[in-house]
Design a protein around this ligand. Structure first.
Ligand SMILES: Cc1cc2nc3c(=O)[nH]c(=O)nc-3n(C[C@H](O)[C@H](O)[C@H](O)COP(=O)(O)OP(=O)(O)OC[C@H]3O[C@@H](n4cnc5c(N)ncnc54)[C@H](O)[C@@H]3O)c2cc1C
Length: 615
């Protein structure tokens, strides 16, 4: 125990979130009798201003030097209480939180002894807090520029916002044109605006902006450094350049599902079967509406190649010219909400997620068909229609009023019938098999992660969710941050979304990236790992496991060293080190064992250590 630890314990009712199932006064009484505790109190909302003021007053009046707050998850309010005790003159790292809400009152069934468990958690926190040492945070100056990976609409918007705010931004695009998928659309739902006009507007502003540097046909080969001081190495024509950046925004987008993975639908076998992406290009590629509609199968992939380029490289048997069609069928959810289709090389698992845009893409294209070929019968096969966005339901209603026939059912196969094809399905509302002959079948292919997502994730130390898209730091509270400080997400690389949501997220990512850029300095958390050089053999196992490249071998001393700015304090190194030479501040063996001893009722830390070593 730290000499003369004087501990204050503060137990929160969190309204009825804790107090409804935990006897808070009893826990307070129990805490007051623990060794080292000078004062123990409870309050309705400890995080409120009066709650914080109570702690600050006690620090002054009782000369407290360690604080325990028993309340919610430290993710929620650790920064609040650290700031409060720092204001009262204590080192902010002399705080320990006991999570008696998420780990106790919220999770146990009626009848569970939650009061007893809260007492145990508080006792463990007191045992640990008496062993905590004051730590010093560091300020690191930053490079006030940003790199944006991916020049689709999300990347372009993020670059514009950063540049308009006065920061220099480098937009790195691997293809030869900016614009991403949207550059090859005809009209956009729900407003029916010409996509070309939207994209062109962004493109001109990007190209003319004095603070945006565009690097096309460029790939990132390496990323080193840390928030405020990244170094992004890029390659163009085998020429390497290193770009310094304070923040990085990842806006690498998506690719569409490959319908070859559903051979029963005949894509690649029958020219009459195309995708929504092929169909989008066909409309966008016409110079005027009197030209025949030529659909090129296979244009859904291939990034941003210009339409002319795409058209030139298609072979004749992959094209179909649509003139006076009698019947056109759309099939929704191809490669979405489908457990049966696997990764197809992009590392994602089954496509059980909804791609969010396909229902509206189908409605948009079906209405276009109605306009272009008023005599054609248009049938849409669907599982559910998800028209969740602003103006979407009205858009879908209009599609039905236009005479488009929606039939609930998932087609089982498409077969050839003369010059057309036959779609076989079961109408699940009528409960009967149905066959529809069609001159063209359009598959509403879903979105999936790009095939190089894993490589990008490794470069930037990003996590991916089970569907393979890049994972945000927290789905609700930090939707554009990543687990890597200073790296943010925008657009469909994080999850399927439409243009409006991609733009919103890009603007949010740009704003989040501006926070460190505007401050000019970032504060680095002091709870990082550290090395006991006497125990370290320099074996390097810790460096191998470290996701943040924070460990390296000192060339002269032959011992490992920690880059405290890169270290995120995750503790993988400490768990790996065979000689127990690495620890993480705030989670040292001594501190964690004291917690365990208190929880398990072992007499002291040496018993806990003995038990751990036996295991
Ligand atoms: C058929 C179809 C029709 C659609 N129609 C509509 C519509 O009408 N209205 C609507 O709101 N939404 C529509 N959407 C959704 C829309 O396509 C997306 O919301 C939008 O394209 C997302 O933009 P993005 O910038 O995130 O991704 P993308 O458009 O995919 O752009 C990503 C960019 O990043 C580049 N890139 C990728 N990897 C790297 C790398 N490692 N380094 C550098 N650059 C990289 C790519 O080349 C690309 O230029 C439709 C989607 C589909 C599939």
């Amino acid at each position: 125990m730290t000499n003369a630890a004087r501990v204050g314990v503060y137990i929160c009712h969190c309204g009825i979130n804790i107090a409804a199932t935990v006897d808070v006064p009893a826990v307070t009484e129990y805490a007051a009798r623990l060794p080292g505790v000078v004062v123990a109190r409870n309050y309705a909302y400890m995080c409120s201003d009066p709650g914080q003021a109570m702690i600050q007053k006690d620090i002054a009046e009782h000369n407290l030097n360690r604080i325990v707050v028993a309340s919610c998850s430290p993710r929620m309010h650790e920064p609040t209480f650290r700031a409060a005790i720092a204001e009262a003159g204590l080192n902010p790292y002399c705080l320990e939180m006991a999570n008696i809400r998420e780990q106790c009152s919220w999770v146990h069934p009626v009848g569970y002894p939650t009061t007893w468990k809260s007492m145990q958690l508080v006792e463990a926190a007191v045992a640990k807090v008496t062993r905590l040492e004051p730590l010093q945070t560091r300020q690191v100056s930053i490079t006030p520029t940003a790199v944006i990976l991916g020049g689709g609409i999300a990347g372009m918007q993020a670059a514009l916002d950063l540049a308009d705010a006065g920061f220099h931004a480098t937009l790195v695009e691997r293809e030869s044109n900016l614009g991403g998928h949207a550059a090859r659309f005809y009209r956009t739902f729900p407003t029916q605006e010409l996509a070309g006009v939207l994209v062109q507007d962004l493109l001109e502003r990007v190209n003319q902006h004095p603070r945006i540097r565009v690097m096309i046909e460029t790939e990132v080969t390496d990323v080193s450094g840390y928030v405020g001081n990244f170094r992004v190495k890029v390659r163009r024509n085998e020429e390497f350049t290193e770009i310094p950046a304070g923040a990085i925004i990842v806006a690498t987008g998506f690719e569409t599902f490959d319908p070859h993975l559903k051979p029963e639908l005949g894509y690649g076998r029958y020219p009459q079967v195309v995708t929504t992406m092929d169909f989008e290009h066909a409309f966008a590629g016409r110079e005027d509406s009197k030209q025949p509609l030529v659909v090129h199968e296979g244009s859904q992939q291939g990034g941003n190649a210009s339409l002319a380029e795409a058209n030139d490289t298609r072979m004749d048997h992959q094209r179909i010219q649509i003139e006076n069609p009698k019947s056109i069928v759309f099939i929704q959810c191809v490669g979405s909400r489908d457990q049966s289709v696997g990764c197809g090389g992009n590392g994602s698992s089954a496509h059980s997620y909804c791609s969010r845009v396909c229902c509206m893409v189908t409605a948009k294209q079906a209405r276009l068909v109605r306009e272009t070929f008023p005599d054609a019968r248009v049938t849409v096969f669907y599982m559910d229609v998800r028209a969740f966005g602003k103006g979407f339901e009205e858009f879908y209603d209009q599609a039905r009023q236009d005479g488009i026939l929606y039939r609930r059912g998932n087609p089982s196969e498409i077969i050839k019938r003369g010059n057309s094809v036959l779609v076989r399905a079961e109408d699940t509302l009528l409960g009967e098999p149905v066959e529809v002959e069609a001159d063209l079948v359009v598959l509403a292919v879903g979105m999936r992660p790009r095939p190089d997502s894993e490589a990008v994730a490794q470069l930037l130390k990003l996590s991916r969710s089970s569907d393979g898209f890049f994972m945000e730091a927290h789905p609700k509270l930090r939707p554009v941050d990543t687990s890597m400080a200073g790296v943010f997400l925008a657009g469909c690389c994080q999850a399927p979304k439409d243009i409006a949501d991609s733009i919103s997220q890009a603007r949010a990512a740009a704003s989040a990236a501006m926070i460190p850029l505007m401050r000019g300095q970032v504060q680095v958390d002091a709870a990082t790992s550290f090395i006991d050089e006497e125990l370290c053999s320099g074996c390097g196992q810790c460096a191998e496991i470290c996701n943040f490249s924070a460990l390296s071998l000192h060339p002269l001393r032959g011992k490992m060293t920690v880059n405290a700015v890169l270290c995120q304090g995750c503790g993988s190194c400490a768990a790996t080190c065979p000689s127990k030479a690495i620890m993480v501040h705030q989670f040292t063996l001594d501190q964690v064992l004291a917690q365990m001893a208190a929880l398990s009722g072992w007499d002291d830390v040496s018993v806990a250590l003995e038990k751990v070593e036996t295991v």
